[in-house]
Design a protein around this ligand. Structure first.
Ligand code: HEC
Length: 210
């Protein structure tokens, strides 16, 4: 009997340990979840503050929460429409979300859908294209900047496309919301200073494809 209890306790411990790993503090609303919605759902004529298709403005926390039942992804409209083999959102011709993005949204809802920000400390040392710059662009920008949907003429899915926004001297002005530039990412708040500074540093050091 004692052995069984110990075994049960061990299994329970294992289970909570695994669960903890899923409840990942790196999933932060501002840095992980919001960009998925902004980049994939708030394109013009979809779920932005002007169009609000089906009543949803998915460009900010309050708007996203209208489609979320905290802790219950399967009762959450925004999760139900993006999951499965042929999800109804994002509508064609926009690409479906990646498996990673869908899981992040599910885990975030299971965590209680908190409005968290600045969950990671700012790394100012490892500023390479692959490790630091590409993830920012993939996260925040490419839903509106692909070859077939190139906002402002910029396909940001490629290194060459991103570099053209640098050499045309358009990138930093848009990120810093300077006058004469269209503020990017469109329809939402600016990137964190940590991300903006990382991109500036990458440009200053020759915007290498490293
Ligand atoms: C919700 C859609 C959307 C998102 C997200 C978005 N863009 Fe844009 N972007 C556009 C559109 C549309 C344009 C064309 C100009 C306009 O309508 O404002 C544009 C224009 C631009 C321009 C040219 C603007 C100028 O003033 O010369 C740059 C550079 C740019 N985007 C970079 C980015 C970067 C970098 C990100 C991510 C941090 C981003 N965009 C995220 C839709 C978006």
């Amino acid at each position: 009997m004692k052995k069984q209890i110990i075994l049960l306790a061990a299994v329970a411990l294992l289970f909570t340990t695994c669960t903890k790993e899923v409840y990942n503090s790196e999933i932060c609303f501002q840095e992980t979840i919001l960009p998925i919605f902004v980049s994939n759902c708030s394109q013009s004529e979809c779920h932005d503050s002007h169009e609000r298709a089906a009543g949803y403005d998915l460009s900010n926390y309050e708007g996203i929460m209208r489609g979320v039942k905290a802790k219950h992804p399967l009762l959450s409209e925004v999760y139900k429409t993006i999951r499965g083999n042929s999800p109804s959102m994002p509508r064609k011709p926009y690409a479906s979300l990646s498996a990673r993005q869908i899981t992040d949204i599910k885990v975030w809802i299971e965590m209680g859908a908190p409005n968290t920000s600045h969950c990671q400390s700012c790394d100012t040392t490892l500023i390479t294209y692959t490790a630091r710059i590409r993830p920012i662009i993939d996260n925040w920008c490419i839903g509106c900047h692909t070859a077939t949907n190139a906002g402002g003429g910029y396909d940001l899915t490629t290194y060459a496309g991103l570099v053209s926004s640098v050499t045309n001297a358009r990138l930093m002005g848009t990120l810093r919301n300077q006058s004469g530039y269209s503020a990017m990412p469109k329809n939402t708040s600016a990137l964190t200073d940590c991300d903006i500074n990382a991109i500036q540093k990458w440009i200053n050091t020759g915007y290498l494809q490293n």
